[in-house]
Design a protein around this ligand. Structure first.
Ligand code: URP
Ligand code: ZN
Ligand code: ZN
Ligand code: ZN
Length: 482
């Protein structure tokens, strides 16, 4: 029996905010309201939430723990990565199963499920489509119908590795529509990136400063437009991961303006870190920021904030994918060999509060929308996750809007030796995190338990999921009677 009463806080959901106590019993929220009216179960631990906001635990829809990528494997596994998440107020991650081309999907899925057993927080998986044949089509069905996978990821970048061509996009999006699963894309034109990389190397620009030059915003905008077009032809909704620039944000807004169901995700890093990091004289510092899409100039950051504020962009994530300096050094003489990825799973909530709520860009309810509720809705785990309401999982963060801290690799819980937010002072920090009704973070003390996290199945979407219009015309072609 695990009973916790959270007393005297202000409950914040995406749609409302009110003074209320919250009772958690056996991992679920049992009641929200006035505790003086309740008969409390015996052995109820009381947490004083005076002055704190009681919010749904964060959901990070984009992480890569234990990820074998670019010849090495991320330093954070599912334990260290989810423990860091809990320390930052994030109680659920959606990670990625990424099969090697030609690897059976189910085999890769079982591999990742095995790695994830040590997770300290709840987790779920998107599955990447990195190649296509009839077995892939069939395995997608099994993943949706039996394994609770309702989203498939498509990398439009990483040529000669995991990149999808347009034919695979078409086949996979059509299958997603049949199954009621959300197609998602990493939108960068991998052919253009490849050519620009060769161009940089030919010109003798081999350091990390070449990374953003080989991946300009235009290659992201092109790919976002193309993926959105494929989705429109197929009549399926689409979710664009890590939107980093004006070009792709505008592609999403334009399509939404035409009535298309398109969603966009923004990384905390892209909102506050700019591209000057790649011109730093120290290789290790610049290389530590090599991720794709790259950090952009400040004008793009403004476009991303405006997208979140206007509701044209919907979720926030981190793309937590950690490589330490010795791994990044693989690209000392050739920037294309620097493993791509940065951390942030612990910092996302605090960075968004500080740069979003404290600056007046977001209300606390809007903060909840973009850190948990919208993700729970888009990936079909609402209201189990993403809302403080009776019956929901007791995954909560008790937020101290006055608390302050300095973000640093010296104090973070990730195994990474670098922090892209190093030295940033944030006001607004998690005082307590509860996962499944258990206090796992309390005033600086982490009580993460290896293996306590559960695999979260996400049911397929119903028939109302499809956007139908264009695809319907193609699905039932009519011969002209002559
Ligand atoms: O650079 C990144 N983002 N690494 C992880 C893989 C991906 O593209 O999401
Ligand atoms: Zn990506
Ligand atoms: Zn502005
Ligand atoms: Zn990623």
């Amino acid at each position: 029996m695990r009973n916790v009463l959270i007393k005297g806080g202000t409950v914040v959901n995406a749609d409302c905010q009110r003074r209320a106590d919250v009772l958690c019993v056996d991992g679920l929220i049992a009641a929200v309201g006035d505790a003086s009216q309740w008969d409390l179960p015996a052995h109820t631990e009381v947490v004083d939430a005076g002055g704190l906001y009681v919010m749904p635990g964060g959901i990070d829809p984009h992480t890569h723990m234990n990820f074998p990528f670019m010849g090495t494997t991320t330093v954070d596994d599912f334990y260290s990565g989810t423990a860091a998440a809990l320390a930052g107020g994030t109680t659920t991650i959606i990670d990625f199963v990424i099969p090697n081309p030609q690897q059976p999907l189910m085999e890769a899925y079982q591999q990742w499920r095995g790695w994830a057993e040590k997770a300290a927080a709840d987790y779920s998986f998107h599955v990447a489509i990195t190649w296509w044949d009839e077995s892939v089509r069939k395995d997608m069905g099994q993943l949706v119908q039996q394994e609770g996978v309702n989203s498939f990821k498509h990398f439009m970048a990483y040529k000669n590795a995991i990149m999808c061509d347009d034919e695979t996009l078409m086949n996979s999006f059509r299958r997603c529509l049949e199954l009621g699963a959300m197609p998602t894309v990493h939108a960068e034109n991998g052919e253009m990136v490849y050519l620009l990389q060769q161009e940089m190397l030919k010109q003798g620009i081999t350091g990390p400063e070449a990374h953003p030059l080989s991946r300009p915003p235009e290659v992201e905008g092109e790919a976002a437009n193309r993926a959105i077009t494929v989705a429109s032809i197929m009549g399926v909704p689409i979710y664009v991961v890590h939107v980093s620039c004006r070009e792709s944000a505008e592609a999403i807004a334009r399509a939404r303006g035409r009535g298309q169901r398109v969603y966009g995700e923004v990384l905390a890093g892209h909102l506050v870190v700019d591209d000057s990091v790649y011109r730093h004289p120290d290789f290790a510092f610049a290389a530590a920021h090599v991720m794709s899409p790259p950090f952009r100039d400040k004008s793009h950051q403004a476009a991303l904030w405006h997208g979140l504020q206007s509701g044209q962009l919907h979720t926030t994530a981190t793309d937590h994918c950690t490589f330490c300096a010795s791994q990044k050094a693989a690209g000392l003489d050739n920037f294309t060999k620097i493993p791509n990825g940065c951390g942030g799973v612990e910092e996302r909530m605090a960075v968004l509060w500080d740069a979003g709520v404290n600056s007046g860009r977001l209300t606390p309810s809007e903060f909840v929308a973009i850190t948990s509720a919208n993700t729970a809705r888009l990936f079909n785990i609402y209201p189990r996750k993403g809302v403080v309401t009776p019956g929901a999982d007791a995954d909560l963060v008790l937020w101290d809007p006055q608390g302050s801290k300095v973000l640093s690799a010296a104090t973070h819980h990730s195994r990474n030796d670098f922090n892209i937010f190093e030295g940033r002072v944030v006001t607004g920090v998690p005082a307590y995190t509860l996962s499944q009704g258990v206090v796992v973070w309390a005033d600086g003390e982490l009580r993460a338990r290896e293996g306590a996290g559960r695999y979260i199945k996400r049911p397929a979407f119903g028939p109302d999921f499809s956007a139908a219009a264009v695809w319907e015309r193609h699905r039932a072609p009519q011969a002209v009677q002559r």
